[in-house]
Design a protein around this ligand. Structure first.
Ligand code: F6P
Length: 350
């Protein structure tokens, strides 16, 4: 009988529960393993906080957003976390866990890789609404976030048109503009601004003026929270970065760039502008069918890896196939929007 712990780390996203359910069911039904949920990400392993997962408590969670085992941005290898990796090894020993399934984004995968190198039997599953993890075509959570953003853009279109306004829609996306690019293409955005393609504000204003010259009286601008705008004055820069906090992995808490952008667009074009920040709405609620199925496939593949004793790997989607990649090839890397996608989006600018 093997004992397996499952944890979810980093920001939550739709599809986590579908994935937990799949790992637990496959491990219990096909392999007769004993399953534990490690509570609140790596913090649960540091503090020894776990709960039993069985067929009963993973029942009914498939369509639920969030994660039934909680999550956190705890970084056991952070600068204020001396001794935490050792506490993790202790917990694993005390609970007699044979393997860990870590479900998370780039930071979680980085920690998983370090623990694997310290001898922990780890298998990873990629999740993030940002879709910026190396090695996989898609992460679950992304499709749901894109659908929510697209619906918001559709709704903003009608109010923009009624009031002859420019509507700036800010979406999540710290290092990569996948959500902005996909929802912008699907929603018919007139400009998409992403971290990968820095653009000057006056170029954005020119695109909008060109569009309005053609007779259009409203525009939609989709922007990733992570864009670096070239500020024209210190006041705008201070506004975006004011009260900025950093998390355990050193990331600045983002959100707010769209508001500054709307002000700058209004000043540069003379068109009345407004901003809507979608933020955490993109992470909440029920997962799309695509994300439920992807999470389910990932969960089952991770259970199979444990059964085969193949550790230090992350399951990935390539085309329509579930494959694996070594954790060492994932950590510290970001999958950014490439020219193929940007060139599709660009055709509809202005
Ligand atoms: O998980 C990635 C992400 O969605 C980023 O796009 C965003 O910057 C971050 O999470 C915000 O997370 P939180 O506010 O929960 O720390």
């Amino acid at each position: 009988m093997k004992k397996v712990g499952v944890l979810t780390g980093g920001g939550d996203c739709p599809g986590l529960n579908a994935t937990i359910r799949a790992v637990v069911r496959k491990c219990i039904i096909d392999y007769d393993y004993e399953m534990y949920g490690i509570l609140e990400g790596w913090r649960g392993l540091i503090e020894g906080k776990v709960k039993t997962l069985d067929l009963e408590n993973v029942s009914g969670i498939l369509p639920k957003g969030g994660t039934i085992i909680g999550t956190s941005r705890t970084n056991p290898f952070g600068k204020n976390n001396a001794g935490d990796p050792e506490k993790i090894l202790d917990t694993i020993k005390k609970l007699d866990l044979d393997a860990i399934v870590s479900i998370g984004g780039e930071d979680t995968q980085g920690v998983a890789h370090k623990l694997f190198e310290m001898g922990v039997n780890i298998v990873s599953i990629p999740k993030t609404i940002d879709n910026d993890l190396m090695g996989t075509d898609y992460t679950f959570g992304f499709d749901t976030a894109v659908n929510i953003a697209t619906e918001a853009i559709d709704r903003l279109h009608t109010t923009a048109e009624s009031h002859n306004r420019v509507m700036v829609v800010e979406v999540m996306g710290r290092h990569a503009g996948w959500i902005a690019t996909f929802s912008g293409i699907a929603g018919g955005a007139d400009v998409i601004l992403i971290p990968e393609k820095p653009v000057k504000i006056n170029e954005v204003c020119e695109l909008l003026k060109k569009r309005h010259k053609r007779g259009k009286r409203f525009s939609i601008v989709v922007v990733s929270e992570g864009i670096k705008i070239q500020f024209e004055n210190k006041e705008d820069e201070d506004f975006v970065l004011k009260d900025a906090k950093t998390d355990a992995f050193g990331h600045v808490t983002l959100g707010g760039v769209g508001t500054v952008l709307a002000k700058m667009i209004e000043r540069g074009t003379g068109f009345e502008s407004r901003c809507t920040v979608l933020g955490h709405i993109l992470r909440g609620g029920t997962p799309s069918a695509f994300d439920r199925i992807l999470g389910t496939r990932f969960g089952i593949a991770a259970a199979e890896l444990i059964h085969k004793g193949e550790f230090g790997k992350m399951v990935v989607l390539k085309g329509n196939e579930i494959l694996t990649i070594d954790l060492k090839d994932v950590s510290g890397q970001t999958k950014t929007v490439d020219d193929y996608w940007y060139n599709i989006a660009r055709v509809f600018f202005g």
